[in-house]
Design a protein around this ligand. Sequence first.
Ligand code: G3P
Length: 217
Amino acid sequence: MKFFVDTAEIDAIAELNDLGMVDGVTTNPSLIMKSGRDILEVTKEICDLVDGPVSAEVVATEADAMIAEGRKLAEIAENIAVKVPLTWDGLKTCKVLSGEGRMVNVTLCFSANQALIAAKAGATFISPFIGRLDDINIDGMDLIEDIRVIYDNYGFDTQILAASIRTVNHVTECARLGADVMTAPPGVIKSLASHPLTDKGLAAFLSDWAKTGQKIL
Ligand code: G3P
């Protein structure tokens, strides 16, 4: 499973990228707002840092304007994936931009039928939002499972990009169910290394080591 990092914070992306943990980056208008940066400038910096796809989202809601914004965002760098919401106009935009050979990430997906029509419109990535379904007491993982089955039934190339990942258990489940990609905030990716038994075991080893009075260096 590929790891995308869901942030527009350059330092956090760089730290994870140095460890080989970043196969791509996703941003959205809320994350740009949070960064306090200009969208074109910060997205260019991210694209220069990371080799994989970098999602940058349009904010127009009508297809012609979405297409124009998408083309402008795609000019930033070769690795831009234009992100469009899963609306009828978003699907029209997806069809046009993917037909021009651009990567398109269709976002705000909350149902298997939405994922099906995004694939038919030529989406490179479909972004089902797991955490936001969990927020309304619907198991987001059922959606990942349904999309996996549907895409495999018909051989769609659209990659399932599990988004709104909030916990390490979400990551495990996505990997188990065969999501192609998951995107998570830096904190969730870093916490994948944590386990209380690792901490407990390490503390015991260090305590015993101190009793030996030895040094390695
Ligand atoms: O990738 C989508 C993500 O940014 C949304 O996450 O936690 O706001 O639902 P969240």
